[in-house]
Design a binder for this molecule. Structure first.
Ligand code: FMN
Length: 189
């Protein structure tokens, strides 16, 4: 079951924007992060939720999408995320956050997948832009933005071929292909 969920939990970047997500749903996803592991159990992560078009529009311009797809500027209006969860470090609790935000992000994305949603972890963020646009106090450091919605694209996993190229790509039917390294290549001892 966990394998199926992980396979289904791909990075989606195009959505049915008209399908709304309730704030309560986002809170339930953050609750999964709350219950997850945290270095020294310090739990420095805080969250900002966005699920209304006005707030979403303040976040979207500060995100960079799919760096390997050079000819694609990101989702166009109508296929943008319906919601965002911004993961922040509360620097008054801990100055450096370790890998808590990666664990939190994965818990949230798996929970979203289980709910029939999908999304993308985004680290390429114009942090100053979001900090100003949402008036986020300086004690909170933006770590990741999770874009969420009802996926409207097909994503398939394949095995990295002999060329070793790990870049994801889109075919003529707009299917998004994600090469993963074979198991034998990553278990080294
Ligand atoms: C820490 C992290 C940061 C990421 N940042 C971005 C990003 O800024 N923009 C983006 O489009 N995708 C981003 N991604 C998504 C990756 O590109 C994606 O995970 C990768 O292509 C593999 O696809 P998969 O998630 O379907 O396995 C990020 C993923 C992770 C884990």
């Amino acid at each position: 079951m966990i394998r199926d969920l992980i396979i289904k939990n791909r990075s989606y970047r195009r959505f049915f924007q008209e399908v709304t997500i309730e704030r309560q749903t986002l809170a339930e996803l953050v609750d999964l992060a709350r219950l997850s592991a945290s270095g020294a159990n310090l739990q420095p992560l805080k969250y900002i939720l966005s699920c209304d078009p006005q707030k979403n529009a303040l976040i979207f311009p500060h995100l960079a999408w799919a760096g390997y797809l050079k000819d694609w500027p990101g989702p166009s209006d109508g296929e943008r995320p319906s919601a965002y969860i911004i993961i922040l470090n509360d620097t008054q609790i801990r100055t450096s956050v370790g890998c808590d935000h990666g664990i939190a992000a994965q818990s949230i994305m798996l929970g979203a997948t289980e709910k029939g949603l999908g999304g993308c972890i985004i680290a390429s963020i114009q942090k100053d832009g979001i900090q100003k646009a949402l008036d986020i106090p300086s004690r909170y450091e933006i770590l990741l933005v999770l874009a969420l919605g009802k996926p409207r694209e097909k994503v398939v996993i394949e095995t990295v071929d002999k060329t070793g190229d790990i870049k994801y790509w889109r075919d003529a039917e707009d299917v998004h292909h994600v090469p993963k390294r074979p198991l034998d290549d990553i278990i080294i001892g």
